[in-house]
Write a protein that binds this ligand. Sequence first.
Ligand SMILES: [Zn+2]
Length: 261
Amino acid sequence: MPPMLDVSDEVRAEIGDEEAARLLAGDSAPGTYDCTSCRTPGDTSTERTSTVLFVGEETAVLAFAHATCIPSQVVPVSEEQLQGAVESISGSQAPGAAGAAPRQAVLGITCGLILIKDQVCPALVIEPTGPIARPGENSPGGPGGFGDDFLPILMEQGFVPVGDLSAPPAPLPGWSVLLAMGQLHAILQPGTAGAWWQAHQPLAVSEGWRAAVNKSNEVYVYAAPHGTIGQQPREDLLREALERACGRGVLVAATMPLSGT
Ligand SMILES: [Zn+2]
């Protein structure tokens, strides 16, 4: 039984017909893998699998994902991020490693436009779907754990509390927002930890958001603890919610450049 692999034309163009044929014949395809999108196990012998090629300046890494998560595609990344992707794809990061992001939590993410200094700026607002515990600690609300460590963890990683929403957040070196083919794929962090946040399915962004980000090449990333912002149906309401969070001192932010556009 050949593996159930999808190799898109753009991936084929990068890896060549010969390698594509070897993959499709099962010679170089994995049996099981960790999905590069949702990070749960997949099996090429029982479910349709997308080949995903991460392309850096010098090297490229072929990874696999459930076809239901993302289609077969080429994702351009920087060499440094590629190393991070390799690390996280091969699962070499020990669970609960120091400095680990709250990757096991579900982070809700909202695209919005925010007016700063008369400029329409692309923003992402991140809010977990529940309180966040540090890796290896008791879950919040569980025995002995009632806190929400989301903001302290982010501040340790360099996010800065927002005191004034009318000023752009400070840049956070090494972090970037991965947008490919007009869709939001991931927020990448420096070093070997790979994606800090990864879309289960790439998120479509609005025409206006894409136009703003193409102009600025950077994104303002805001984050607030669970229960602070909520789903806001309109951008003016999102702004009001951000202002409220800012006023309560529970909003942190960072400016991140785009990677891989
Ligand atoms: Zn998946």
